[in-house]
Design a protein around this ligand. Structure first.
Ligand SMILES: CC(C)(COP(=O)(O)OP(=O)(O)OC[C@H]1O[C@@H](n2cnc3c(N)ncnc32)[C@H](O)[C@@H]1OP(=O)(O)O)[C@@H](O)C(=O)NCCC(=O)NCCS
Length: 182
Protein backbone atom coordinates (compact mmCIF):
# COMPACT_ATOMS: atom_id res chain seq x y z
CA UNK A 1 0.00 0.00 0.00
CA UNK A 2 1.30 3.47 -0.85
CA UNK A 3 2.24 5.45 2.27
CA UNK A 4 -0.19 8.22 2.98
CA UNK A 5 0.74 11.78 1.97
CA UNK A 6 -1.95 14.45 2.11
CA UNK A 7 -2.23 18.20 2.45
CA UNK A 8 -4.99 20.75 2.50
CA UNK A 9 -5.37 24.55 2.57
CA UNK A 10 -8.26 26.65 3.82
CA UNK A 11 -9.06 30.34 3.59
CA UNK A 12 -10.40 32.49 6.40
CA UNK A 13 -9.95 35.76 8.24
CA UNK A 14 -8.33 35.38 11.62
CA UNK A 15 -7.50 38.36 13.78
CA UNK A 16 -4.98 36.86 16.13
CA UNK A 17 -2.16 34.37 15.93
CA UNK A 18 -4.03 32.18 18.40
CA UNK A 19 -7.05 32.03 16.06
CA UNK A 20 -4.85 31.25 13.05
CA UNK A 21 -3.16 28.51 15.01
CA UNK A 22 -6.42 26.97 16.12
CA UNK A 23 -7.69 27.03 12.53
CA UNK A 24 -4.51 25.30 11.36
CA UNK A 25 -4.84 22.62 14.05
CA UNK A 26 -8.50 22.06 13.15
CA UNK A 27 -7.50 21.64 9.52
CA UNK A 28 -4.79 19.20 10.60
CA UNK A 29 -7.41 17.17 12.47
CA UNK A 30 -9.50 17.09 9.27
CA UNK A 31 -6.54 15.82 7.25
CA UNK A 32 -5.68 13.20 9.87
CA UNK A 33 -9.33 12.23 10.09
CA UNK A 34 -9.45 12.28 13.88
CA UNK A 35 -9.12 14.66 16.79
CA UNK A 36 -5.45 15.44 17.37
CA UNK A 37 -3.28 16.56 20.24
CA UNK A 38 -0.33 18.52 18.91
CA UNK A 39 2.98 18.61 20.72
CA UNK A 40 6.23 20.26 19.64
CA UNK A 41 9.80 19.06 19.84
CA UNK A 42 12.61 21.22 21.19
CA UNK A 43 13.07 22.92 17.78
CA UNK A 44 9.36 23.78 17.58
CA UNK A 45 8.41 21.10 15.03
CA UNK A 46 4.91 19.73 15.59
CA UNK A 47 4.17 16.05 16.15
CA UNK A 48 1.24 13.92 17.23
CA UNK A 49 2.02 11.80 20.31
CA UNK A 50 -1.05 9.66 19.59
CA UNK A 51 -0.07 9.01 15.95
CA UNK A 52 3.70 8.43 15.98
CA UNK A 53 3.60 6.96 12.47
CA UNK A 54 2.42 10.27 11.02
CA UNK A 55 4.65 13.26 10.33
CA UNK A 56 2.80 16.55 10.25
CA UNK A 57 3.33 20.17 9.35
CA UNK A 58 1.16 23.26 9.60
CA UNK A 59 1.32 26.87 8.45
CA UNK A 60 -0.83 29.87 9.17
CA UNK A 61 -1.13 33.41 7.87
CA UNK A 62 -3.90 35.98 8.42
CA UNK A 63 -6.06 34.78 5.50
CA UNK A 64 -5.17 31.11 5.05
CA UNK A 65 -3.97 28.01 6.86
CA UNK A 66 -2.39 24.80 5.60
CA UNK A 67 -1.80 21.35 7.04
CA UNK A 68 0.13 18.34 5.75
CA UNK A 69 0.45 14.72 6.86
CA UNK A 70 2.89 12.05 5.67
CA UNK A 71 3.27 8.48 6.84
CA UNK A 72 6.86 7.52 7.59
CA UNK A 73 8.50 10.56 6.02
CA UNK A 74 9.19 14.10 7.09
CA UNK A 75 7.00 16.75 5.51
CA UNK A 76 6.94 20.54 5.59
CA UNK A 77 4.27 22.97 4.39
CA UNK A 78 4.22 26.74 4.14
CA UNK A 79 1.51 29.15 3.02
CA UNK A 80 1.83 32.89 2.46
CA UNK A 81 -0.56 35.58 1.31
CA UNK A 82 0.37 38.81 -0.42
CA UNK A 83 2.14 41.27 1.82
CA UNK A 84 4.59 44.09 1.40
CA UNK A 85 8.10 42.76 0.86
CA UNK A 86 11.15 44.72 1.89
CA UNK A 87 13.52 44.56 -1.12
CA UNK A 88 16.45 43.91 1.24
CA UNK A 89 14.75 40.66 2.31
CA UNK A 90 14.85 39.43 -1.29
CA UNK A 91 18.59 40.01 -1.44
CA UNK A 92 19.09 38.31 1.93
CA UNK A 93 17.26 35.06 1.23
CA UNK A 94 17.43 34.54 -2.54
CA UNK A 95 20.30 33.39 -4.74
CA UNK A 96 21.08 35.47 -7.87
CA UNK A 97 19.07 33.21 -10.21
CA UNK A 98 16.03 33.58 -7.94
CA UNK A 99 16.50 37.36 -7.74
CA UNK A 100 16.62 37.53 -11.54
CA UNK A 101 13.45 35.41 -11.83
CA UNK A 102 11.66 37.63 -9.31
CA UNK A 103 12.71 40.82 -11.10
CA UNK A 104 11.52 39.43 -14.46
CA UNK A 105 8.19 38.20 -13.09
CA UNK A 106 4.90 39.89 -13.96
CA UNK A 107 4.13 39.88 -10.23
CA UNK A 108 7.45 40.11 -8.35
CA UNK A 109 5.83 39.99 -4.91
CA UNK A 110 4.07 36.68 -5.54
CA UNK A 111 7.17 35.33 -7.34
CA UNK A 112 9.20 36.09 -4.21
CA UNK A 113 6.58 34.53 -1.93
CA UNK A 114 6.69 31.37 -4.05
CA UNK A 115 10.44 31.04 -3.42
CA UNK A 116 9.86 31.87 0.24
CA UNK A 117 7.25 29.14 0.72
CA UNK A 118 9.56 26.61 -0.94
CA UNK A 119 12.40 27.53 1.40
CA UNK A 120 10.24 27.47 4.51
CA UNK A 121 8.70 24.15 3.49
CA UNK A 122 12.23 22.72 3.27
CA UNK A 123 13.13 24.15 6.68
CA UNK A 124 10.06 22.57 8.22
CA UNK A 125 10.61 19.27 6.46
CA UNK A 126 14.11 19.15 7.93
CA UNK A 127 12.58 20.00 11.28
CA UNK A 128 15.37 22.35 12.16
CA UNK A 129 13.73 25.72 11.62
CA UNK A 130 15.95 28.44 10.31
CA UNK A 131 19.09 26.51 11.23
CA UNK A 132 18.15 23.99 8.52
CA UNK A 133 19.66 26.19 5.87
CA UNK A 134 23.42 26.07 5.51
CA UNK A 135 22.97 29.64 4.46
CA UNK A 136 19.91 31.84 4.10
CA UNK A 137 20.91 31.94 0.45
CA UNK A 138 20.55 28.22 -0.13
CA UNK A 139 18.55 27.71 -3.30
CA UNK A 140 15.03 26.37 -3.09
CA UNK A 141 16.15 23.22 -4.93
CA UNK A 142 17.08 20.70 -2.24
CA UNK A 143 18.32 17.17 -2.84
CA UNK A 144 17.04 15.72 0.45
CA UNK A 145 13.37 16.36 -0.29
CA UNK A 146 10.99 16.90 -3.17
CA UNK A 147 9.15 20.19 -3.54
CA UNK A 148 5.56 20.55 -4.67
CA UNK A 149 3.99 23.90 -5.45
CA UNK A 150 0.37 23.81 -4.32
CA UNK A 151 -2.35 25.44 -6.33
CA UNK A 152 -4.24 27.00 -3.42
CA UNK A 153 -7.14 28.19 -5.63
CA UNK A 154 -7.09 31.29 -3.39
CA UNK A 155 -6.29 34.78 -4.69
CA UNK A 156 -2.88 36.17 -3.76
CA UNK A 157 -1.98 33.02 -1.83
CA UNK A 158 0.89 30.62 -2.52
CA UNK A 159 1.87 27.43 -0.73
CA UNK A 160 4.53 24.78 -1.09
CA UNK A 161 5.18 21.34 0.37
CA UNK A 162 8.53 19.62 0.86
CA UNK A 163 8.42 15.84 1.25
CA UNK A 164 11.55 14.06 2.46
CA UNK A 165 12.98 11.56 0.00
CA UNK A 166 13.87 9.26 2.90
CA UNK A 167 15.03 9.47 6.49
CA UNK A 168 12.20 9.44 9.01
CA UNK A 169 12.34 11.89 11.86
CA UNK A 170 14.05 10.64 14.98
CA UNK A 171 11.81 9.95 17.94
CA UNK A 172 10.32 13.10 19.35
CA UNK A 173 10.66 14.07 22.91
CA UNK A 174 8.15 16.55 24.15
CA UNK A 175 9.05 20.17 24.73
CA UNK A 176 7.90 21.97 27.82
CA UNK A 177 5.21 23.83 25.87
CA UNK A 178 1.59 22.92 26.59
CA UNK A 179 -0.06 20.42 24.25
CA UNK A 180 -2.82 21.83 22.07
CA UNK A 181 -5.91 19.97 20.99
CA UNK A 182 -8.09 20.31 17.92
C1 LIG B 1 9.67 27.14 11.33
C2 LIG B 1 9.47 28.51 10.75
C3 LIG B 1 10.07 28.44 9.34
C4 LIG B 1 7.97 28.86 10.73
O1 LIG B 1 7.65 29.88 9.87
P1 LIG B 1 6.52 31.00 9.94
O2 LIG B 1 6.34 31.47 8.56
O3 LIG B 1 6.87 31.97 10.98
O4 LIG B 1 5.13 30.39 10.44
P2 LIG B 1 4.16 29.32 9.81
O5 LIG B 1 2.78 29.67 10.22
O6 LIG B 1 4.38 29.10 8.36
O7 LIG B 1 4.60 28.00 10.57
C5 LIG B 1 4.50 27.95 11.95
C6 LIG B 1 4.54 26.50 12.32
O8 LIG B 1 5.76 25.90 11.92
C7 LIG B 1 5.98 24.80 12.78
N1 LIG B 1 7.38 24.81 13.18
C8 LIG B 1 8.00 25.59 14.08
N2 LIG B 1 9.29 25.23 14.19
C9 LIG B 1 9.47 24.19 13.36
C10 LIG B 1 10.59 23.37 13.04
N3 LIG B 1 11.78 23.53 13.62
N4 LIG B 1 10.44 22.38 12.12
C11 LIG B 1 9.24 22.17 11.54
N5 LIG B 1 8.14 22.91 11.80
C12 LIG B 1 8.26 23.91 12.70
C13 LIG B 1 5.03 24.93 13.99
O9 LIG B 1 3.99 23.98 13.86
C14 LIG B 1 4.50 26.32 13.82
O10 LIG B 1 3.16 26.50 14.22
P3 LIG B 1 2.67 26.30 15.74
O11 LIG B 1 3.80 26.75 16.61
O12 LIG B 1 1.45 27.14 15.82
O13 LIG B 1 2.38 24.82 15.87
C15 LIG B 1 10.11 29.60 11.62
O14 LIG B 1 10.10 29.21 12.94
C16 LIG B 1 11.43 30.03 11.20
O15 LIG B 1 12.48 29.46 11.47
N6 LIG B 1 11.33 31.13 10.49
C17 LIG B 1 12.38 31.69 9.84
C18 LIG B 1 11.82 32.74 8.97
C19 LIG B 1 12.77 33.05 7.88
O16 LIG B 1 13.54 33.97 7.95
N7 LIG B 1 12.69 32.24 6.82
C20 LIG B 1 13.55 32.40 5.72
C21 LIG B 1 13.10 31.53 4.59
S1 LIG B 1 14.44 31.45 3.47
Amino acid sequence: MTPRVEWRVKSGAWHSLAEQRQAAYSLLAEVVGAAVTVDHDAAGAPFLPDHPELHVSISHCPTAVAAAVAQGRNIGIDIESRRRIDPSLVMRVCIPDEVAAIQAAADPTMAFLRFWTRKEAVLKCRGTGIKGFGSMLEAASPTDCTLHDIDTLLPDTVASVALANECPKPDKSSSQTPKLQA
